[in-house]
Design a protein. Structure first.
Lengths: 107, 242
């Protein structure tokens, strides 16, 4: 890929990334949404977070299949419990990193 | 005495927004540096790395783009893949509009640039708690954005001195997502729906090539949530009538 192609490529990437981020904010922010849509949207954050988390912890990165004995999954349990108990975002990040670091070292 | 420009409460608000943003920054520092290292190895110049982080500002799509560039993919196929990967932001921005009714469209357009998985979840949690403004949310977005750009540049320069996987850095985003999920579990129905989303996501991850699994699983599970809720309301109404 030449320098010029690269610039075109990232401009295109920027555009197709920006439009989905912008469109709803621009067009929906002054409209009254139907109740079912508001309810549907209220479930979306929890769904997206779960949909991002589950594959990343349940799929064993070494085998590419479902597993429950690799560090990504084992560390997620105490990290999740810590988050439930403390509700501290920064603390959970640090605990997760520390446990994962230990797990990678010793498991 | 009159102070010029910033009032004390402005500074308090700034601190409050920074306090909300720092876990994102920690995660971005880790992921951004990893990206910088990879992009440099793929032959991108530092200024090219910086430009991509500024113009695109989307972690996973940037990683995918670099690996596609390495394998000789065309610009068009990279752009189409980026679109697919980042389409999930459509759902996030829609969900944020519930808290941004009637705000200035120019400012919303600026805000849209910074909507990422992480800033979205932090800002949405704060909006739900109340006492959170578009201004606070903008600060979170842009502090995260600046951290991302700087981290990817740092990774380009200094990454080779940092061993892979140091300090469990690879787990920073997972840890953050786990806690952000806890903030979103506001009742039994939310727990049920998010477990459904997670399991569906694993299934789709395994059977559908590409990155569509997040969007499909989320949309299906949210629909399930609406269906259960309306069925429950309907049943309760029937119960009252009898």
């Amino acid at each position: 890929m030449t320098g010029e192609e690269y610039i075109l490529c990232i401009l295109g990437m920027g555009l197709v990334t920006y439009i989905p981020r912008w469109l709803p904010l621009f067009y929906l922010s002054d409209k009254r949404l139907p109740l079912w849509l508001v309810e549907w949207l209220s479930f979306i954050p929890a769904c997206i977070l779960s949909a991002l988390i589950f594959p990343s912890i349940i799929i064993n990165p070494d085998t590419g299949s479902v597993g429950f004995f690799h560090p990504e999954f084992l560390v997620a349990i105490p990290t999740f419990l810590f988050a439930l108990k403390t509700r501290s975002l920064g603390g959970t990040v640090i605990i997760g990193m520390a446990l994962f670091w230990l797990a990678e070292k010793f498991l | 005495m009159k102070t010029t420009g910033h009032s004390l409460s402005d500074e308090m608000n700034m601190l409050r927004a920074l306090a909300a943003a720092w876990p994102i920054c920690l995660g971005y520092l880790a992921i951004g540096m990893a990206f910088g290292v990879l992009a440099r190895q793929a032959g991108l110049a530092i200024y090219q790395i910086a430009l991509m982080s500024m113009i695109v500002f989307a972690g996973s799509a940037q990683f995918i783009a670099v690996s596609m560039i390495t394998s000789g993919a065309s610009a068009l196929s990279i752009i189409i893949t980026t679109f697919m990967v980042n389409l999930r932001h459509l759902l996030m921005s829609s969900s944020l509009t519930l808290h941004l009714k009637g705000k200035n469209k120019a400012i919303l357009s600026l805000f849209a640039y910074g909507v990422t998985d992480e800033s979205f979840a932090v800002n949405l949690g704060k909006f739900l708690d109340g006492d959170w403004s578009l201004k606070d949310a903008l600060v979170v977005n842009h502090v995260a954005n600046i951290t991302w750009i700087i981290s990817t540049i740092l990774g380009g320069y200094a990454g080779r001195f940092i061993p892979a996987g140091a300090f469990g850095i690879d787990y920073a985003l997972t840890g953050m997502f786990l806690c952000l999920l806890v903030f979103q579990l506001r009742g039994r129905l939310y727990v049920l729906v998010s477990v459904a989303a997670g399991l569906l996501s694993v299934v789709f991850y395994l059977i559908i090539p590409g990155n569509a699994y997040v969007i499909i699983a989320s949309a299906l599970a949210a629909t399930l949530g609406v269906a259960i809720k309306s069925w429950y309301m309907h049943k309760r109404k029937q119960g009252e009538e009898q």
